[in-house]
Design a protein around this ligand. Sequence first.
Ligand code: ZN
Length: 207
Amino acid sequence: MFYGMGIFGGEMGQAQMLGCDEALAKLLAGNKRFIEGKLSHPHQDTGQRVLLGGGQAPFAAILACADSRVPPEVLFDQGLGDLFVVRVAGNIINDQLLGSLEYAAVHLHTSLIMVMGHSCCGAIGAVAQGSALEGHMASLIPAIQPSVDKVRNMEGDLTDNAAREIAKMTAEQLRTSNPVLAPLVAAGKLRVVASFYGLESGKIELL
Ligand SMILES: [Zn+2]
C-alpha cells in the first residue's frame, strides 16, 4: 500500500485520497469544530505516527501565512499526515513554494489547495502602510504590493482587504500555473480555493 519514499517522505496510494469537494468539506467541518470548541484532535496518536513512517497522503494542501496565530492543523482540527502545509509571511508564492505545492498535487495526489489569508496580517499591514522593511524582509514588498495597490481605494480595512486580495490573486496564479497545476485543474483533478481567516472569530471565509 505504500509507494516509494519521495523527497517529502513517501507517497501513499491515490485510492485513499478524497475528491476536492470532499476535502473542502472536511476542512470546513474541522474549522466548525474549532470555532465551537469541540476539537476532536484526530490523528495525533502513537499509532498514526508509526503508520506515517511508511508514507503520507494529505487530503489538502494549504498555503498560509507564517503568523503564529494561524496554524492550519489547529484551526482545521487536523493531525499528522492530514495537511500539506506551506507557510510564508503574507502567503505569497514563489518558485520554491510553487514547487512544494506541485509536489503535493502530483506525487501525493492532493486534490485541494487552499490559499489562506488572515485578518490583521503584519506583513501585509507593513506593506500597506509603506513601512521600510530591512534585510531580506524587503523581498516581501514586491510580492505583496500588487494586492495592496488593487484595493487601495476600496471601503473597509486596507490590510484585511489586501489579505483577501492576495489570497485570491495567489489562488488564480496557482490555477493558471503551467506546466503542472493548470492541466490538473482543467482535468478536474485539482481545485484551488482562496480563503480568509478571522483571528477573533476563528472562522474560515471562502472567497
Ligand atoms: Zn500574516
